[in-house]
Design a protein around this ligand. Structure first.
Ligand code: CMC
Length: 431
C-alpha cells in the first residue's frame, strides 16, 4: 500500500511540512498525518471522520460514487447471487473463497458451536419480557466473556479463532432467544442438520407443540439478508468494535459495543424506523406530505432508509434487497402489499425531487429489508437484531485484522477544546 514517493505540502504559520501520501489498491490517496502533531504541533479537525482513514484494511472496499461494494475484491451482487452466508463469512475472515473441503470444515466448526451455555438461559430470565431484543443482545453478548473465558485471551491466536467461530455460531441462537423471550415462548435449541439461515428461522418460529418445516424460499431470502449485511468497512459500529478492541478488550466485549452502536436509528436501527415510517405514511397520497417534512430544515424528520455517508450514487445492497422483496412477496403469494407500494412510490417521488438528487440521497439497504422481514413474520423489533447477527462476522474480521496489525495502537482521538481555560476553585459560599 505505502508509496511514500508522493508527498503533500502543508503550510501554516511559518512552517512547511512534507506529508507522505499512501496509494491504496483502490480508492483515493491517503495523506499520512501521523507525525503532524510531533512535527508541526497541530491537530486535524474532522468530526464524524468524514475525511479520515482510521486504519488500513484488506477486507471490504466501497466506491460510493460508483455504488460498488467489494468483499475481498468480490462484488456484493455476485456474492448475493451465487454464494451463501457461511461462504461469505469464510471469505471475510480468511481472505479467500474456500475450497469445498475448507467450506465443509468451516461449516462443521460453526455448526458445532451453535448451542449456548445452559446457564445463559437463566441470564436471559433476568430481563423484563418487554425489553427490546437489542437491549437483551447487548447484555447477553457482553456476558459471553463470563461464559466463555477460555477464549478471551487476545494474545493467543487459537483463542481468537475459537471466539470468532463461537460468535458467528451463537449470535443467531442469542437473537432467536431474545425474540422468544420477548413473546413468552420457550427457547428452541438449534438443530444442526439445518443450514445457518434455516436454523435461525426455526429457532425463531418453531414451538415445541408443533412440527415446523422451514420454507426454502424464506431460508434463501434470509441467507441473502445475512449476506447483504455481512460487512461494510469502517462504519460506526465497526469503528466502535475496533476502538473498543484497541485497548485490548476481549472480543465478546468488543462485539457487544458494536451491537450497542448499531442500535441507533442513524445506523442499524434504520431498518425498524424505515418500516415504521412506511406504515405511518400508509397510503401513496400521503407521500408528498412526508417528502415535504423531510426537506423542512425545522422538522427533525428524515426519510428513514434514505441517504448514506459513503454511497452517493446508489447503495448496491438496496438494489438486491428491492429485487428480493419483490421475489419474496411474489413467492409467498402476497399480492399488492401496501407497504411495498408506498416504498416504491416514495422512492420514485423522492428521486424526482431536486432536494434528494442534489444531496445524492438514495434508498439504502434498510429501505426494503423490513418489508421482506415482515413478510417472513418478524416483528419490527427483530430487524436490528438480525442486522447485528449478520454483521457479527464483519466486526470479528475487522477486529482480527486490527489485532494482527503491527501498526495497531490504542485509539485516542484529540479534540478542538473550546471550554474554559485554567481558573481557580471557588468555595461554595463565594459562588
Ligand atoms: N432525509 C432527509 N434529508 C436527509 C437525509 C434523509 N434521510 N439524509 C441526509 N439528509 C440531508 C441532511 O439534512 C443534510 O442536509 P444539509 O446539507 O442541507 O444539512 C444532507 O442531506 C447531508 O446529510 P448528513 O446527515 O450530513 O449526512 P451523513 O453522511 O452525516 O449521514 C445518514 C448519513 C445515513 C446518517 C443520513 O443520510 C440519515 O440520517 N439517513 C436516515 C437514516 C438511515 O437510513 N440510516 C441507515 C444508513 S445505511 C445502513 C447502516 O449503515 O446502518
Amino acid at each position: 500500500m505505502a508509496d511514500n514517493k508522493k508527498t503533500a505540502t502543508l503550510s501554516f504559520g511559518d512552517q512547511t511540512l512534507e506529508l507522505p501520501i499512501f496509494t491504496p489498491t483502490a480508492g483515493p490517496d491517503v495523506i499520512d498525518i501521523r507525525k503532524l502533531y510531533a512535527d508541526g504541533g497541530v491537530f486535524t479537525y474532522d468530526p464524524g471522520f468524514t475525511s479520515t482513514a482510521s486504519c488500513d484494511s484488506q477486507i471490504t472496499f466501497i466506491d460510493g460514487k460508483k455504488g460498488e461494494l467489494l468483499h475481498r475484491g468480490y462484488p456484493i451482487d455476485q456474492l448475493a447471487e451465487n454464494s451463501h452466508y457461511l461462504e461469505v463469512c469464510y471469505l471475510l475472515l480468511y481472505g479467500e473463497l474456500p475450497t469445498a473441503d475448507e467450506l465443509d470444515d468451516f461449516e462443521m466448526r460453526v455448526t458445532k458451536h451453535t448451542m449456548v451455555h445452559e446457564q445463559m438461559h437463566n441470564f436471559f430470565r433476568g430481563f423484563r419480557r418487554d425489553a427490546h431484543p437489542m437491549a437483551t443482545m447487548v447484555g447477553v453478548v457482553g456476558a459471553m466473556s463470563a461464559f466463555y473465558h477460555d477464549s478471551t485471551d487476545i494474545s493467543d491466536p487459537w483463542q481468537r479463532e475459537v471466539a470468532a467461530i463461537r460468535m458467528i455460531a451463537k449470535l443467531p441462537t442469542i437473537a432467536a432467544m431474545a425474540y422468544k423471550y420477548s413473546i413468552g415462548q420457550p427457547f428452541v435449541y438449534p438443530q444442526n442438520d439445518l443450514d445457518y439461515a434455516s436454523n435461525f428461522l426455526r429457532m425463531c418460529f418453531a414451538v415445541p407443540a408443533e412440527e415446523y418445516e422451514v420454507n426454502p424460499i424464506l431460508s434463501r431470502a434470509m441467507d441473502r439478508i445475512f449476506m447483504l449485511h455481512a460487512d461494510h468497512e469502517q462504519n460506526a459500529s465497526t469503528s466502535t468494535v475496533r476502538l473498543a478492541g484497541s485497548s485490548g478488550a476481549n472480543p465478546f466485549a468488543c462485539i457487544a459495543a458494536g451491537i450497542a452502536c448499531l442500535w441507533g436509528p442513524a445506523h442499524g436501527g434504520a431498518n425498524q424506523a424505515a418500516l415504521e415510517m412506511l406504515k405511518e405514511i400508509g397510503t401513496p397520497n400521503k407521500i408528498p406530505e412526508y417528502i415535504e417534512r423531510a426537506k423542512d430544515k425545522d422538522d427533525p424528520f428524515r426519510l428513514m432508509g434514505f441517504g448514506h455517508r459513503v454511497y452517493k450514487n446508489f447503495d448496491p445492497r438496496a438494489k438486491v434487497m428491492k429485487q428480493s422483496a419483490d421475489e419474496v412477496l411474489d413467492l409467498l403469494g402476497i399480492e399488492d402489499n401496501p407497504t411495498l407500494q408506498v416504498a416504491k412510490e416514495l422512492e420514485a417521488k423522492a428521486l424526482q425531487d431536486d432536494y434528494f438528487t442534489d444531496k445524492k440521497l438514495f434508498p439504502n439497504v434498510d429501505f426494503y429489508s423490513g418489508i421482506i422481514l415482515e413478510a417472513m413474520g418478524f416483528p419490527t423489533s427483530m430487524f436490528t437484531p438480525i442486522f447485528a447477527l449478520s454483521r457479527t462476522v464483519g466486526w470479528i474480521s475487522q477486529w482480527r485484522e486490527m489485532i494482527g496489525d503491527p501498526q495497531q495502537k490504542i485509539g485516542r482521538p484529540r479534540q478542538l477544546y473550546k471550554g474554559a481555560t485554567s481558573r481557580s476553585y471557588v468555595d461554595v459560599e463565594n459562588r
